[in-house]
Design a protein around this ligand. Sequence first.
Ligand SMILES: [Zn+2]
Ligand SMILES: [Zn+2]
Ligand SMILES: [Zn+2]
Length: 332
Amino acid sequence: VKNGPGKVLLYYCYCEVDDPHAVCAWQEALCETLHLTGKVRVAAEGINGTVGGTNVATDLYINAMLSHPFFKMEKEDFKTSDGGAECFRHLKVGVFKEIVPMGVDPDVVSYQMAGVHLEPEEFHKEVETVLAKGDLCSDTILLDCRNFYESKIGQFTQCLAPNIRKFSYFPDYVDQNLELFRDKKVLMYCTGGIRCERGSAYLRSKDVCKEIYQLKGGIHKYLERFPEGFYRGKLFVFDERYTISSNDDIISDCRYCGCPWDQYELCSTRFCCQLVLSCPRCRQEGHTACCPTCQSKGQAQSETTSDTPHHKEECECTETRARIPQDIKQHD
Ligand SMILES: [Zn+2]
Ligand SMILES: [Zn+2]
Ligand SMILES: [Zn+2]
């Protein structure tokens, strides 16, 4: 259970959980027994987890989940990638209002209102049709509902990728760009499919789209089927690996010199939470922070260790980012 090659699992299940705290306690005990690390969110609306451990441990975990009466899951619902317990610093299991934080009450916008699921093959065909037609925005929108730093290093060809910092801004993004979606057929996708569930439900609740579809199993499952398909670049993951890759395309650049680069690292300045794309040459020249301002702040910090600043979600370089970007074409 503890030693040997391993992997990281990613899964979710929307269902009615009568006693989230009991499920939470069960999960905590299960993961500890199996020496798994990662994050598990339990809510009355279901469960969402990503855990790392040995192959033996993750198989036992899947079996435990499949035999639990609440979760009507199949083995296919677990996305796997190379990794292990070392991919996470801790195990965090908790009870929340939502299994993915969209910031909208599940009683108001429920997963039960989600868009139609498309298998990777079906989604692939839809994208193929869109690309063949050329002018994307005419009747179909391929919508990436992940955060900007995720779509920056990998995305579907010709998608609309909102420049948002977190998923809880997605509803406001939809509200403020509603006309963009009017009478359109929307093809949504995200990492593993979970954000599309209630994200598409939210979009549907606005009643402006012609049709709304979502990629079942997300990019994860799509890449298993089409490693050289219409998704180009890396897949961002929320653990110490940052990315997993399926093709060799690099679609982003080094922040400092502009050469192709897509390996994220955390900003070198303590307490800064920004991810940086800085190529090896620029790193060698000392560009290890998210921006020059943060770099000099970091240098000043190391000289005066007396104050203990708190974790800052934002930096000077993120202030120019609109909280809710406007993607509606301005007609003048
Ligand atoms: Zn560079
Ligand atoms: Zn920074
Ligand atoms: Zn910065």
